[in-house]
Write a protein that binds this ligand. Structure first.
Ligand SMILES: [Zn+2]
Length: 158
């Protein structure tokens, strides 16, 4: 499988996604990756967070993802399993407590390494009409006291 390289020194964005799978249904990260390889020819995300809160590394930071149309260079993608209601009718924030914790931990790690990194939901990118990741990343960052990038970086509350 040919995965394009990406210079980690150019990482500027971290984009949060959901897998658009129904609430409570277990999917392993390797399953999500297999779907992405079938559809896009490569793994889409750098990390996939399973319902248990286990975050599986699915691409290295020097590999370019395939998760935000036209904006994958310098953009780290994190996907949590879930994001739809059980009936697959409506987008829903289905994150388990363990998934929320894992997401904040990963965001904290990237902000420590890349103090200027901009964290966004997929739906905050211009021209994106889908609901992904089915919650407001902006509101989450605010609630967690993670503000705009600052010199030295800010870390998620633990
Ligand atoms: Zn997405």
């Amino acid at each position: 499988m040919q995965i394009p390289k990406m210079d980690p020194a150019g990482i500027r964005y971290l984009t949060i996604h959901c897998a658009a799978t129904p609430e409570g249904r277990v999917h392993r990260a390797d399953e999500i990756t297999r779907w992405d390889v079938d559809r896009f020819g490569q793994p889409s995300y750098h990390h996939v967070i399973e319902l248990s809160g286990i975050a599986v590394r699915t691409l290295d930071d020097d590999q370019r993802g395939a998760h935000t149309g036209g904006h994958n260079t310098g953009n780290i993608g994190i996907c949590y399993v879930g994001g739809m209601d059980a009936a697959m009718k409506k987008p829903k924030d289905t994150r388990t407590g363990a998934q929320k914790q894992a997401l904040l931990r990963l965001i904290g790690e990237y902000r420590a390494r890349f103090p200027d990194i901009v964290v966004r939901g997929h739906n905050e990118w211009p021209g994106v009409t889908k609901a992904c990741p089915s919650f407001s990343v902006r509101a989450m960052l605010k609630a967690e006291g993670i503000g705009e990038p600052a010199p030295g970086g800010l870390k998620a509350k633990t």
